[in-house]
Design a protein around this ligand. Structure first.
Ligand code: FE2
Length: 304
């Protein structure tokens, strides 16, 4: 397989799940081999609309004086920003890098200015909570063999038209490190994700090479530390994960992935969850920390 922008590029196979979240043996084999799994038709239009409406309403209520919210993965400037560092147990909006001018004034309408909302939607907002703790997701985590799964992080990602920022190649395990490794990402396409509006790209199979780096707190500062003997990744082997709205992409914590900027006029909304194992050690020097009043919850069905 080779890196190409062609519509004929290599595609991962797609799968469906049972109504209760069960996976076929073929799907499990594909997951183990590739470190990612594409499931079509996971969420219906009603669920997608409900999540989008909830996110829109958070943005509408967002206090525009929170100018610390500019988020960029191109530099790690934001890492020193308390607004980001203390968002692990809150609902906060982060601006697209190109949404504001140097004086901090909006260059686009407010509703098109937000890069993402993070990072505890799943525990603090009833709409996101209901979606995130649904039994099918709990079952899916069980199927993937995550011992005592707990939801650590949630994000609503806008990838705004025209200014949606690039997310450079990374592994989620660098940011949400556990020992042993356990983080697993769930990426729900709330709109079609295409080459034009900045779909995910991945390096299927390269999750077996180990972690390249770790984002951690050293002397009060968050830094990206290269791990000893870091693996090489063949980024020219990238595969675009173009998916229709409603699809779920499951991402292994060591799978390198990326998304291009969105220069199109279509947004590319997604909701993401990251689960870890409750039996793994979660280090105190990870960036994401939660207060005692909001402990991680087991991913099991809740009553509605
Ligand atoms: Fe990621």
């Amino acid at each position: 397989m080779s890196h190409t922008n062609s519509k004929d590029a290599f595609r991962l196979p797609t799968f469906r799940i049972d109504s209760d979240g069960g996976l076929s043996p073929e799907a499990l084999r594909s997951w183990q081999g590739a470190g990612c799994l594409v499931i079509e038709n996971f969420c219906d239009e009603r669920a997608r609309r409900e999540l989008i409406r909830a996110a829109d309403s958070i943005v509408a209520q967002f206090d525009m004086t929170d100018r610390d919210a500019i988020f960029s993965t191109q530099t790690h400037e934001h890492a020193r920003n308390k607004y980001f560092e203390t968002s692990g147990d809150k609902i906060r909006c982060f601006f697209e890098e190109n949404a504001l001018n140097q004086n901090g004034n909006l260059l686009v309408p407010k509703e098109q200015s937000i890069n993402k909302i993070g990072h505890a939607l799943h525990d603090l907002h009833p709409v996101f909570e209901r979606f995130s703790y649904q039994p099918r997701i709990a079952r899916l985590m069980q199927e993937l063999g995550i011992d005592d799964p707990r939801l650590l992080q949630s994000m609503f990602i806008f990838k705004q038209p025209g200014i949606g920022g690039e997310v450079n190649w990374h592994q989620d395990g660098s940011f949400l490190y556990t020992s042993p490794p356990s983080v697993t990402g769930l990426w729900f396409a709330l709109e079609d994700a295409t080459l034009e509006n900045g779909c995910l790209w991945a390096l299927p199979g390269q999750h077996t090479r180990g972690l390249r780096s770790r984002f951690l707190r050293v002397n009060g500062e968050l830094i990206m530390e290269q791990l000893s003997a870091p693996p090489n990744f063949d980024e020219d082997q990238g595969v675009p994960l173009e998916v229709p709205a409603g699809s779920l992409i499951i991402i292994h914590g060591a799978l390198p992935h990326y998304s291009a900027p969105n220069r199109s006029q279509k947004s590319r909304y997604a909701y993401t969850l990251h689960a870890i194992s409750g039996t793994a050690v979660y280090p105190e020097d990870n960036w994401l920390q939660r207060g005692q009043d909001l402990p991680l919850r087991r991913l099991t069905p809740i009553s509605h």
